[in-house]
Design a protein around this ligand. Structure first.
Ligand code: BTN
Length: 314
């Protein structure tokens, strides 16, 4: 109902009487008033005059009704432990493809390699549940697709030099602006779900603890809307996954060209890097990403090493 009220008020751009709203929506005037009061509590600026209601402005909100085209698929939390946990619960209960869990803050945000992800207000923290038609061993392609879609979107929306750092971070001017965590479950040869969790520094100020991190607000000098970023990312990812699904061409597994395209946007290749895996640490030059998403390193003694899972420091 809140979405419908907002849509009428935004469309009319003038005072709408309580009577008209109540008639259009089929609810009582008291009920209209209660919804408007709640919207105002949530930060919407709606003027109430003797003639009715007038929409003034919205907060930078990620409430489900702000995504009317994704009805029933956006789960919003003011605060949660981690959107990954909520998304996993929903996935195991058969929620549909492109279900999204988004939180204003997380008190146990998780990063890769068991790190903590600080989740201050103003950032964008969400997990999207995907059910792609791709064999489990190729699920890494979905992660590469997601980071590529986000980097391209940030470039387009804000004219910034967003690049991808292997495997799925996004950097601007060598500072991290976004990280991605992915969890997959499969039943035999079928992917049950791939949950992609993204933390993007938008209007928050990364703390000094988060070394070499930046946010959109710090880069641009002003706050930006998170709703448009989330909507743009979901639309972009949906398009990429749809147009690359194997259904379109039976010779393909799906997302066949994604690594190639990802390489056009990477800031890792050609760099001297330090690699930390669970078993070793070494230095070398990042020379390629192979068809399995592994980072190919030429070490100082000229040997070639492939890294499938680990940390890469530029
Ligand atoms: C990393 O760079 O280490 C990955 C960070 C991933 C953070 C996001 S925020 C939304 C989702 N929920 C989490 O707990 N983690 C991911």
């Amino acid at each position: 109902m809140k979405g419908k009220i907002l849509s009428i008020l935004r469309r009319k751009k003038e005072i709408v009487s309580g009577e008209d709203l109540s008639f259009d929506l089929g609810i009582s005037r008291v009920s209209v008033w209660k919804h408007i009061r709640k919207l105002r509590e949530l930060g919407y600026d709606i003027e109430a005059t003797s003639g009715g209601y007038c929409f003034v402005s919205s907060p930078d909100a990620l409430f489900p009704w702000e995504f009317p085209e994704r009805k029933g698929k956006i789960h919003f939390f003011q605060e949660t432990e981690s959107t990954m946990d909520k998304a996993r619960e929903l996935s195991r209960k058969d929620c549909p493809d492109f279900t999204v869990v988004v939180a204003e803050t997380q008190n146990r945000g998780r990063g890769r390699l068991k790190r903590t992800w600080l989740s201050e207000k103003g950032g964008l923290y969400f997990t999207v549940v995907l059910r792609p038609d791709i064999p489990p061993i190729f699920s890494f392609r979905v992660n590469f697709a997601a980071s590529l879609v986000l980097a391209k979107l940030l470039r387009k929306m804000f004219s910034i030099e967003a690049g991808v750092k292997w495997p799925n971070d996004i950097l601007v001017n060598d500072c991290k602006i976004s990280g991605m965590l992915s969890e997959m479950e499969a039943e035999g040869e079928i992917v049950s779900f791939i949950n992609i969790g993204i933390g993007l520094n938008v209007n928050n100020n990364p703390t000094p603890k988060e070394q070499r991190a930046t946010s959109l607000k710090q880069l641009l000098g002003h706050a930006v809307g998170r709703r448009e970023i989330l909507a743009g990312f979901l639309d972009g990812l949906e398009k990429t996954l749809e147009s690359n699904s194997p259904g379109h061409n039976l010779d393909h597994i799906g997302l066949d060209h994604i690594i190639g395209e990802w390489k056009e946007y990477t800031v890792t290749l050609g760099r001297m890097v330090k690699i930390v895996t669970t078993s070793e640490t070494f230095h070398g030059k990042a020379i390629d990403v192979d068809e399995n998403g592994a980072l190919v390193i030429e070490t100082e003694d000229g040997a070639i090493q492939k890294v499938v899972y680990g940390d890469c420091f530029h």
